[in-house]
Design a protein around this ligand. Structure first.
Ligand code: DAH
Length: 326
């Protein structure tokens, strides 16, 4: 009987492999697995076997049946499930691509606007000589912004600092070309301060300078108003307040009217003024012949307004969940 069992099994598996359709499947089921099929007929022989062999033969017969049923199920699935075909009309999976950081995108937008207003773009080093960051800008030795609390100094190099503002460009750019001229610098600056949602110890500033024979405060205000209108739209409102910076005289601060969630506030946007005669002299120019204006604005603050970003720390975090939104 054992021999016969193996023969049925072999035959059944061979037959199953050549089954090609539903009716073939049904024929197979009846022939081998059905109530009057070959396996059932063999199992009916079991009571005629020697009693000592019956349990083992019974187990073998059951195993053979289970095996054939499994093979039958597999074959049926293979015949009824649609084959996996390649459909060239389906949309492909898009590979993920990187893109420019929002601050870079925004900086490029600002550069475009300043270029359209006739400004050149300059760059200066972030590790800067004291003279460009402080002394040449009329910031005296005992000025509070030189305090170790605000400025990152370089160990063993007392004349080097991480620039605390991008106003350094005023003295550097003059080395390349004589006036009249107009240029901006957009770059990173560093301050030793506690960080919160609107303060980082590294941030980005945009300083601008115009030098000519007869520039006035009216040119300064009009230039900056035009910039904000090109950036945020023609309805932008600005206001000017007197202020103090050692490198300008007179100095001003400029605020922009901003409405968000039904509330209107004046946001401080920048410091500016008419370039101080001492700074004109530091540029090695005749302070009687040349006049100019300058400003310095926080780029991160502008970018946050432009995109509605609530926390400046996100900007430098490298957080992909944040970056993928731009
Ligand atoms: N450097 C100043 C700051 O970081 C901003 C500033 C004010 C820049 C007046 C200027 C200026 O060029 O004329 O707060």
């Amino acid at each position: 009987m054992e021999h016969e069992l193996r023969r049925i099994q072999d035959e059944a598996l061979a037959a199953l492999a050549s089954v090609a359709d539903q009716s073939g499947l049904e024929r197979f089921r009846q022939t081998y697995l059905g109530r009057s099929g070959r396996l059932a007929a063999l199992m009916a022989e079991l009571p005629n076997q020697p009693a000592a062999d019956r349990p083992r033969l019974g187990r073998l017969a059951n195993q053979a049946k289970a095996g054939l049923q499994r093979a039958f199920g597999d074959r049926r699935r293979a015949l009824t499930e649609p084959p996996q075909v390649f459909d060239p009309t389906l949309p492909g999976e898009k590979p993920e691509r990187g893109h420019l950081h929002p601050l870079t995108q925004f900086t490029r937008r600002m550069v475009e606007i300043w270029r359209s207003l006739g400004y050149d773009i300059h760059e200066g080093p972030e590790l800067e000589l004291d003279w460009y960051n402080f002394a040449g800008l009329n910031i005296p030795r005992d000025h509070p912004s030189r305090d170790i609390q605000d400025t990152f100094y370089i160990k063993d190099h007392p004349d080097l600092v991480l620039r605390t503002h991008s106003s350094t460009v005023q003295l550097r750019a003059l080395k390349h070309r004589p006036p009249p001229l107009k240029f901006v610098e957009i770059g990173r600056v560093y301050r030793h301060e506690a960080t919160d949602a609107s303060h980082e110890s590294m941030f980005t500033q945009c300083d601008g300078v115009a030098l000519g024979r007869d520039l006035t405060m009216a040119h300064l205000v009009t230039t900056l108003r035009t910039f904000f209108q090109l950036l945020f739209g023609p309805r932008v409102k600005i206001r000017v307040r007197p202020s103090y910076f050692p490198f300008v005289e007179p100095g001003i601060e400029m605020d922009m009217k901003w409405s968000v969630a039904g509330k209107t506030v004046w946001l401080e946007m920048l410091g500016a003024g008419m370039i101080h005669p001492n700074v004109i002299k530091a540029m090695k120019l005749d302070a009687k012949r040349w006049r100019g204006f300058a400003w310095g604005m926080g780029v991160d603050r502008l970018m946050m307004l432009h995109y509605g970003i609530p926390d400046v720390r996100l900007s430098y975090s490298g957080d992909l969940e944040f970056l993928k939104q731009f």
